[in-house]
Structures are given as C-alpha cells and as structure tokens.
Ligand binder design. Structure first.
Ligand code: PLP
Length: 405
C-alpha cells in the first residue's frame, strides 16, 4: 500500500508545547509515575476555578445555546467586547469589527490564513507563543523572528525589527503581556512599533490574552489605542484572565485604518462563515465574564495565590547556580536562562526529556518557543506552593548532577 503522508503544508509547522516530552510524560503516567507538570498554562487543572457566575450562566443558557449563531458571534457578547475595547481606549470599533472564536487560537489561524500569500513575511517575536509562527507557516507565509532582549526586560529589540523588514513584510505580531517571558511592554516601546508599522504600512497583530494577569500594580496598555492610522487586529479571550481555557472562548477586534482593508475584512468574514460560528455556550460566557466581577485581581494582587507562586518560583529558580531569570511582570510563565558555561546543552528537547525521565518534572525547552539557542526553558508557575517547591528542588538536583558530569 502507498504510505499516507501528511500534507506538505505542514512541513515547516511545529508546536512543541505539546511535543515529544508531553507524549513521554503521558506514557510515564500510564506506567504509574506522578509527573509535576510545569508545561501548560491550563489554570483550571491547578485549582484556579473560573468565576462561579460564568459557570452558572452557561448552565442556565445551555438550552438557548443549541443553535448556530451569527458567524461572527451573538450580538450581546460582541457588544460586551465592544465596551471592553472602549474601556481600553481603542477608538472607532463597532460591532461588525468584532469576531468571536473557539479561543484566540482559532482566530489567530484565521487571521493568518486570510492574509498571507506564499512567501509573505510576518515579523514574530523570539521567543514567541509558537502558535503564531506555526499559523504563519501553515498559511504559506514566512515567519521572520525579531529578538526580544533579555538584557532589557525582554522588550522587543526595535532595531532588529527594523532590520528585518523587507518588501515582503506584511505584519508585525506583538504578544503583550508576553508568553513565555512574562514581559509587559511600556508605552514607549509600543509607540516605536506603531511608528515602524506606519512607515512600512504593516498590520499590527496584538495578542493581549494576559492583559489582566498583571503583578506589582502594573497597568496594561493596548497598542491599538495608540494610533488610528495603522490597521490593528487585537486578540483576547477568557482562557487566562477568567481561568476558562476549556470553554474555548476568544475574540478578535479589527481597528484603526480599516478603510484600506476592505478586501482583507471580506476574507475574514468568509473564513468566519466557513466555520459557521464559535461554540455558543462559550459566547454566553464572554458576555457574563466581561460584565462581571474581575476576580483575577484577587489572584494577582497583594496576598494573591498567583503572585505568591510567581515570587516563590522565581526565588527558588534563581537560587540555583547558573540560573538567571527576568522576573515576570505579567502572565503565568518564567523563561529562565541556564548559563551555557555551566550547562553546555546541545539539544534542549533532549534536556527536557532527560529532566522528565530522571526527576518526573515536565517543562518546555526554550527552542520550542523559537528561541535561538538551547539555553532557556519555560516554566508555568501554576502548581501550588508545595508542588512548586518540590518541582524546583528536583530541577536544582538535576542541574547539580548536570554540572558534575
Ligand atoms: N495567545 C497566547 C499568548 C497564549 O499563551 C495562548 C495560550 O496559551 C493563546 C493565545 C491561546 O488562547 P486560547 O485558549 O484563547 O485559544
């Protein structure tokens, strides 16, 4: 029989957060091992429950949620997103500019599919949330990575971004707050990105899914609020700020210079129609969440569980010789550096697999986030303090052994 091959559209597509180490962990669990999972930002499985009112409202609305909705989404949740957008000072957004999706993920793929021809380039951060790189590749485009500078709080290196713009560049992706670094960008950086987009007529895709998961009293500013003469596509959703990853509820807002984007917007509308609609129970949840009590503030504020766990994990990791880490200002992750002089790692995927085999701790290697060298990893600080302490102790023990090799 002829072998059945995957499409060559997938040749350059990878998504290593759920890669070989996760598969190995699954097998180890089947064999009865207990694994401490620091690999996925899935809040609910660590006891971070979604707000009760969302769950209650979804249950109440289940009967009315059985039919297809408008392709872009129901009126009331889109209206709620519109108010949210206004609260973030993004001007000129009307209900037609808002698309609801099965998580931001579906909309990211849709946005790239609707834009890119073969060979078009998109500037994507390194490190990035790797769905962006994968979505660009899947859509026939070339992801071109601009560096975020660890020495400068992981802010985007604007000169690097500028150097990498070519006549084929269509767009810049800005993930703020950032996964995996936990960086939160100040207005000056955002303004410089806007200026580049303005000069080179580039679209800005702003992934702001962690915009309420902020520590130390920080405030988030939407890049789309900073100009009206650039086209912005802003993405957000309930997965993180409302601990509802499984409800698959996200949204996308088109704003700014829309007049020249009619054709692209027609394309987005067609893609939204082709997938019929986002799941309706999740749409009901959007409406309730945005209008309700913003309980994430209790988790990230003084005494909050997420804040405590961030501080604990940061201290435990940076106490390990040769490990440094910019303290995250936002989101759920840390991206520590392993000094290559002490840890000469050649293959960080193998490193992650070895750590898993020896210490039963699952992390994701830095190159899985399109980072340039095998000298970082990402850790999710969602397990409770006891498990985090246990996990960091195991990482320390593993690294101690590594140094002595
Ligand atoms: N964008 C970023 C930066 C993320 O970290 C994630 C998930 O981890 C997503 C998007 C996907 O979000 P959703 O669950 O809404 O698909």
């Amino acid at each position: 029989m002829r072998p059945i091959l995957k499409s060559n559209k997938l040749d350059d597509v990878c998504y290593e957060i759920r890669g070989p180490a996760m598969e190995k962990a699954r097998q180890m669990e089947e064999d009865g091992h207990k694994i401490i999972k620091l690999n996925i930002g899935n809040l609910a499985v660590f006891g971070f429950d979604p707000p009760d009112e969302i769950v209650h409202d979804m249950i109440m609305n289940m009967h009315s949620a059985a039919g297809y909705t408008d392709s872009k989404g129901m009126f009331a949740p889109r209206k709620a997103v519109m108010h949210y957008t206004q609260g973030k000072h993004i001007a000129g957004v009307n209900i037609d500019d808002i698309y609801l999706g099965n998580g931001a993920s579906e909309l990211i793929v849709m946005a790239m599919n609707g834009l890119l021809n073969n060979g078009d380039e998109v500037l994507v951060p390194a490190p990035d949330y790797p769905l962006w790189t994968a979505a660009v590749s899947l859509s026939g485009g070339n992801p071109v990575h601009y560096v975020c500078d660890e020495q400068a709080n992981w802010y985007p290196d604007i000169d690097d971004m500028r150097r990498k713009i070519t006549p084929n560049t269509k767009a810049i992706v800005v993930i703020n707050p950032n996964n995996p670094t936990g960086a939160l960008y100040p207005r000056e950086i955002l303004l410089e990105i806007v200026e580049l987009a303005r000069q080179h007529q580039l679209i800005i895709y702003a992934d702001e899914i962690y915009d309420k998961t902020l520590y130390d009293g920080e405030q988030h500013e939407s890049i789309a609020a900073l100009a009206d003469d650039v086209l912005f596509v802003t993405l957000n959703g309930l997965s993180k700020n409302y601990r509802a990853c499984g409800y698959r509820a996200g949204w996308m807002v088109v704003s700014g210079e829309k007049r020249h984007a009619r054709d692209y917007i027609d394309g987005l509308n067609m893609l939204a129609s082709m997938r019929l609609c986002a799941n309706a129970p999740g749409q009901f949840a959007v409406q309730t969440a945005l209008g309700g009590y913003q309980s994430i503030a209790d988790l990230v504020g003084p005494g909050g569980r997420l804040l405590k766990q961030r501080d604990l994990a940061h201290k435990l990791l940076t106490d390990i010789p040769g490990v440094t880490c910019v303290k995250p200002k936002a989101a759920l992750y840390m991206f520590p550096r392993l000094d290559p002089a002490m840890y000469p790692i050649a293959d960080d995927q193998q490193f992650a697999c070895d750590l898993l085999s020896e210490e039963k701790v699952l992390i994701v290697q830095g190159t899985g986030f399109n980072w340039i060298a095998p000298d970082h990893f990402r850790l999710v600080f969602l397990p409770n303090s006891d498990d985090l302490t246990d996990a960091c102790g195991r990482i320390a023990r593993y690294l101690d052994g590594y140094r002595r090799r």
